[in-house]
Ligand binder design. Structure first.
Ligand code: TRP
Length: 527
């Protein structure tokens, strides 16, 4: 593409993977995944989550990174460059991150607080109620949210490369190791661990339902930072030498591993320290946003003096992981503000951080139950509301649009030609997306399977959520979904492995904006 390398670009695939994983791994894995797993039937949720990552996450991730790379521009421009009528799609990429920052920084603030409070007495640490009294205080959580946002704003002014790439290179592996160690320790706690694991690894499909399936999909988007332009922005810093397909798979594997291991740690320790939690009405609210903050300190307390150090290390690293996340969220919104309003980067960053801080204040109050829980939005606490709205409504739209853009808008040609995913496959390869042997599968997925799956899960999820209006028996939905998956698999197998020849004419095969001389070689390769 462009000869001039972006000055802030990623130097290597591994640098890119680590940075993107730095954005992906965060509170979504450690805080969100376990409590949603608890809420929606343990392994049932995990199973659907993994399917969502495979069938939707990987594909959308490749689509987004590639959208960014082919344009080397911010999300709105990236969409415009794909098709001049698509600029509006980029707006989601500004709205969603802004929404997320408003509650993410509250969680970030809690994390900061737990890291500085690591050195309290063991009794305080292991008391599951101390979390409740902390978040229901009207002032301290606000203070910590402010501290968190100020740190993020300061780091972001240092630029993409220095700020993110360096931090993640050291941090991601370190965080991974500490999470693994905590999990191993928790698994060795002995009594109760088996019950914890039973809760985690025994699927309870009755608790899942389509609401849970939608939550799993939303969690996958959220955890992989998809559907909100973040990965488009990251992609825009990559060059041709970075292997998008392999990188995407690595990022998904790493992100999912961290979540699964965090689940091991959390559920084993609940089993040991709060076995009653699995019964209704216990002190530890299994399905609440506080799960991680309530359980892990108990593990640390049980370690005695060493535990305080481990606690500090863990929460400090999670803080940094959350910082890298918030930084990239702020980045996108900032880029937009700079271009739109022509103001300096510094000013734009501070302005956005300030706005998000102001919104995060009522969020803090509403989740902690300060002011007697009077602050709610449509019956939800504001944190859950923002989380739900972004994960289960906006991100699926964003991810669907990016898949559809790559699957339908890059290639030119008649509608009939464009129906054929192999036409897309060649057009994408022409355009510069080389996925090797998996290219054909990818084409079928972005074009049909993934967008259709997203839409189906969304529709069924919404039907299930607003239950009174839903048909009582949703079994037919499983039949439709199963049939779709089967058909999808059939289509993939057919196009990727059996249908070798493309029957269009050579002239109209590659009516791309910038035809390249590779055309000939490609058609020749097409045995
Ligand atoms: N993926 C992050 C996590 O798991 C959260 C997140 C969502 C995020 N969207 C993002 C991070 C955008 C960075 C950028 O915690």
């Amino acid at each position: 593409m462009s000869e001039t390398k972006k000055k802030n670009g990623f130097a290597s695939s591994i640098g890119f993977i680590l940075a993107a994983a730095g954005s992906a791994v965060g509170l979504g894995n450690l805080w969100g995944f376990p409590y949603k797993t608890a809420k929606y039937g343990g392994a049932a949720f995990v199973f659907v989550y993994i399917l969502c990552v495979l069938f939707i996450g990987v594909v959308a991730l490749v689509a987004e990174v590639y959208l960014g790379r082919r344009s080397h521009a911010n999300t709105i421009t990236a969409y415009k460059k794909a098709n001049k009528n698509l600029g509006w799609a980029g707006m989601l990429a500004v709205i969603i991150p802004t929404f997320i920052i408003c509650y993410y920084s509250v969680l970030g603030g809690w994390t900061v607080r737990f890291s500085v409070n690591s050195f309290q007495s063991n009794e305080t640490l292991s008391n599951a109620n101390s979390f409740g009294s902390f978040i229901s205080n009207p002032y301290t959580p606000v203070l910590f949210t402010a501290i968190f946002l100020i740190m993020a704003a300061l780091i972001i002014m240092g630029g993409v490369k220095e700020g993110i790439e360096k931090a993640s290179k050291v941090l991601m592996p370190a965080l991974f190791i500490i999470v693994v160690l905590i999990a191993v320790y928790a698994l060795c706690l002995g009594e109760g661990v088996a019950e914890g694991l039973n809760f985690y690894l025994n699927p309870d499909f009755t608790k899942l339902g389509f609401e849970g399936v939608l939550a799993a999909m939303g969690q996958a988007f959220y955890s992989l930072s998809l559907g909100m332009g973040i990965m488009i922005a990251y992609g825009s810093y990559t060059g041709e030498e970075i292997k998008i397909g392999k990188s995407a798979i690595m990022i998904c594997v790493f992100d999912t591993l961290v979540a699964l291991i965090a689940g091991l740690a959390i559920f084993s320790s609940i089993g040991h320290f709060n076995p009653d939690a699995f019964k209704e009405g216990s002190g530890v609210a299994l399905q609440s946003v506080g799960l991680m903050y309530q359980t892990l300190p108990q593990v640390f307390a049980s370690l005695g003096g060493v535990g305080k150090v481990v606690s500090f290390l863990f929460f400090a690293m999670v803080t940094i992981a959350a910082l890298t996340s918030v930084i990239s969220l702020l980045e996108v919104a900032t880029q937009f503000v700079i271009q739109k309003f022509k103001i300096k980067r510094r000013k734009a960053t501070l302005l956005l951080a300030l706005i998000c801080f102001i919104v995060s204040i009522p969020v803090t109050w509403s989740v902690g139950g300060a002011f007697d829980g009077a602050i709610t939005l449509f019956g939800f606490d504001m944190l859950t509301f923002f989380d739900e709205i972004t994960n289960t409504a906006l991100m699926p739209v964003g991810a669907c649009i990016s898949c559809i853009t790559i699957g339908w808008f890059i290639e030119k040609g008649s509608f009939k030609q464009r129906m054929n995913p192999m036409h897309t496959y060649r057009a994408l390869e022409e355009d510069g997306l080389n996925l090797g042997a998996t290219g054909k599968i990818f084409a079928v997925m972005v074009k049909y399977v993934t967008p259709i799956l997203i839409m189906l899960l969304e529709v069924f999820g919404i039907i299930a959520k607003f239950g009174e209006y839903a048909p009582k028996n949703l079994n037919f939905v499983w039949v439709i979904l199963g049939a779709t998956l089967l058909m999808a698999t059939g289509i993939i197998v057919y196009f990727a492995f059996f249908r070798n020849s493309y029957t269009g004419t050579n002239e109209d095969e590659f009516l791309l904006e910038k035809p390249r001389d590779k055309t000939q070689t490609l058609s020749a390769q097409n045995k």
